[in-house]
Design a protein around this ligand. Structure first.
Ligand SMILES: NC(=O)c1ccc[n+]([C@@H]2O[C@H](COP(=O)([O-])OP(=O)(O)OC[C@H]3O[C@@H](n4cnc5c(N)ncnc54)[C@H](O)[C@@H]3O)[C@@H](O)[C@H]2O)c1
Length: 341
């Protein structure tokens, strides 16, 4: 739904400039966007970003406590009339301190014609789903053909969502190795997700076992201002694909720098992070942005021997594509509530 007819439709359902649609986390979830839809929306967002058909300034942020972040994430995708900003935070100690998830967020969805806000929605579920969708798009292009092993380090919200989605792109997986420093999280992941996952999910005894056993290794643990390597360079072999949504936190710099191809989702974004001090040893040479590979502008994996690293810190273009689909679906079905401005 784009252009004039799309906007007219919105005006038939919402008094633009006078009210907004408010969607709680439960309402966002219950709208029922499937993993397949989220994957496809995310792929389109990545491709649009790769083709430079988006406006997305690098996220500015606040860092109230050590190893925490709050990011302002605006994006506009003209081809999809999707526009808005997510205000998201990651506070890794939340579970220990408050019994709360580490990742939170709210999203304001705007009318690109008038600038007025159209909706405010919880962004926790959007983040939970679009992040593994990015990993999946990366895996589709960067994993070795016919790969049978996948490793997941970190079994929290993201780890679970990754394991739940990965078979959509790696259809021949036989074994998924999972590991978490908090053993109960890994145990629970196996228990809860195995019934819906075809591959056998194995709780690994160590991070080393995951890395040594898996051709494709994903991680979602904690973004630390300074890397705290837990994965020895000697464990990582050529032919592996390393996909991370927690930056370099777990890896030795040598591993990152010897990759045959090193990709990031947004060069601008990661360069800004260098300024924040997140990459004390500097960024490796960047081969491509993830979206360029998704758009077919740059090649993904070219041979089974390549060591490929793809570092996705998350982009607002992904959030806005999913938010637009949620907004349209909610207005069509009467989900959420309208609040006066
Ligand atoms: N790139 C993105 O777009 C994006 C989006 C959301 C979250 N994230 C990042 O993903 C990570 C996970 O987020 P979440 O919401 O799933 O958090 P979560 O707290 O639900 O889960 C994190 C899990 O990692 C485990 N863990 C921490 N350190 C570990 C280590 N060294 N080895 C193994 N396990 C470890 C924790 O015990 C926890 O179970 C965070 O770093 C967050 O910043 C990235």
């Amino acid at each position: 739904m784009t252009g004039e007819s799309g906007r007219k439709w919105v005006e038939e359902h919402l008094k633009v400039g006078k009210e907004i649609l408010y969607l709680t986390q439960e309402e966002v979830k219950n709208i029922g966007l499937s993993d397949g839809e989220i994957l496809s929306l995310t792929e389109k967002a990545l491709a649009a970003h790769g083709e430079k058909r988006t406006e997305m300034p690098a996220k500015i942020g606040l860092h109230p406590l050590k190893d925490t972040l709050m990011h302002a994430m605006p994006a506009y995708l003209p081809d999809h009339s999707a526009c808005g900003i997510k205000w998201a935070s990651c506070f890794p100690d939340n579970r220990e301190r408050f019994g709360m998830p580490q990742t939170s967020g709210l999203l304001i969805y705007n009318d690109p014609e008038s600038g007025w806000p159209l909706a405010v929605m919880d962004a926790v579920w959007i983040t939970e789903k679009r992040t593994p969708a990015v990993t999946c798009v990366a895996a589709k292009h960067l994993a070795p053909a016919g790969v049978t092993t996948f490793g997941m380090i970190g079994c929290g919200v993201q780890g679970r969502a990754h394991v739940g989605m990965i078979e959509r792109v790696l259809a021949r997986l036989e074994t998924i190795y999972v590991y978490d420093v908090f053993e109960e999280a890994a145990r629970k992941l196996v228990l809860d997700l195995q019934p819906a996952v075809k591959a056998k999910i194995v709780k690994a005894g160590s991070i080393e076992e995951v890395v040594r056993s898996s051709k494709v290794v994903a991680s979602a643990t904690a973004i630390t201002a300074q890397p705290r390597p837990r994965i020895r360079d000697s464990w990582v072999r050529r032919g592996q694909t390393i996909l991370m949504c927690d930056m370099h936190s777990l890896y030795e710099d040598a591993t990152m720098k010897r990759a045959d191809k090193y990709l990031v989702d947004s060069i601008e974004e990661h360069e800004l992070f260098v300024g924040y001090g997140y990459y004390p040893d500097g960024l490796p040479e960047i081969y491509a942005e993830t979206g360029e590979v998704a758009a077919g502008l740059k090649k993904g994996r070219e041979n089974p021997e390549e060591l490929i690293v793809c570092n996705n810190v998350g982009m607002a273009v992904e959030d806005m594509m999913v938010a637009k689909a949620l907004f349209v679906r909610a207005l069509s079905t009467g989900a959420g509530r309208k609040l006066p401005l």
